[in-house]
Design a binder for this molecule. Sequence first.
Ligand code: ATP
Length: 387
Amino acid sequence: MDAIELNNLHVSLQNKHVLHGIDLIVEKGEFMTFLGPSGCGKTTLLRTIAGLHQPERGVITIGGRTVAEGASGLHVEPAKRGLSLVFQSYALWPHMTVFDNVAFGLQVRRMPKANIAESVGAALEKMRIPELAGRYPGELSGGQQQRVSIARAIVTRPEILLLDEPLSNLDAKLRVEMRTELKRIHQELNTTIIYVTHDQYEAMSLSTRVAVFFGGQIVQVDKPRDLYKHPRTLQVAEFIGNGGQHLNHLNGRIVIENGRRILKTQIGLFPLEGGGLLHEGEVVLTIKPEEIRLSEQNSQDSVPAVVEAVFPAGAETLVQLRAGEAVLMARVMGESDAEPGDMCYAALRRERLNLYDKRTGSRLENLVPLTHILEDTLHENRLSYSR
Ligand SMILES: Nc1ncnc2c1ncn2[C@@H]1O[C@H](COP(=O)(O)OP(=O)(O)OP(=O)(O)O)[C@@H](O)[C@H]1O
């Protein structure tokens, strides 16, 4: 059974229409991340699932049970939805010890004292902080407080754990540490997790699937690697992976010549395979810097290039190339011995190129993979390409 099903959810807050028709199925045991820029509605959706907001339209089903319905006004209260919510701000009670903070939810449920002690002990153990039981929140570091807030959320053994940017108040080192902990907790508890973040790295490294939000809508739901390989829109492509930093964009045009569709770009001509966009039109070709390989050898998939600049950055080196009329950024692992002025070939991974309709920003899914570049037309192309 699916853990959560959202059907055509619309949510307004103080007369502001924040969520515009959300459809989503979260499967049992998933680690689903809501990813998107600030203000796109991720937290609002999380809180609506938790029962802190009521949708004006649409239906929320948790474990097969309808817990909210806009049309009828049905609203199951948060405590009866079988889920726990962890806030960015930890929200611990300062006047209570760690033990009492974690025990609170069990005391409310009138669990016998001995069982409470056992459950709290197990939750603190799971978060690797049993020695902190007697301390007050004010005596803890940010990372320790966040561990306590997660212990408090898992102590009731919820079916579903909702985490709202739980790592955003932690410093970089603690974030890495807690990310590892969250992955472990998910594997050990096998709980369904919904996680809100605007950090692509967190989303990619933790999730089984990622839902990408823009402007109150979900624009793509995919496994991290599929999202990375084939963002569905240009907007998503720019947001994913380094926030789109250095993503190479090439303007191009699809033309039909002798019954064949040809993509004309500043770096060459590409014959196209597949369906989609049957007419001629303006497109954008995106190439990730890590998918350009520098080579001394020419090949079917490479274009001649000149090194313009080299930017060593420790674990990787960015190499700026000029290919035809275009500037391309390539990312090379480790050090590179390339030097400005070097002639080389930029080999492209064809299956990783993405083509987008320039007008709508949508990916032309059926037009990839591209077949090899027509080398004999490169020269002609440079002369004839015009936007
Ligand atoms: N209580 C509220 N009343 C009115 N508008 C609100 C309220 N809460 C959020 N909003 C608005 O709803 C929109 C979505 O906010 P939300 O907090 O869900 O975004 P988010 O994607 O989680 O952003 P962030 O990453 O900054 O937390 C924003 O434009 C915000 O200003």
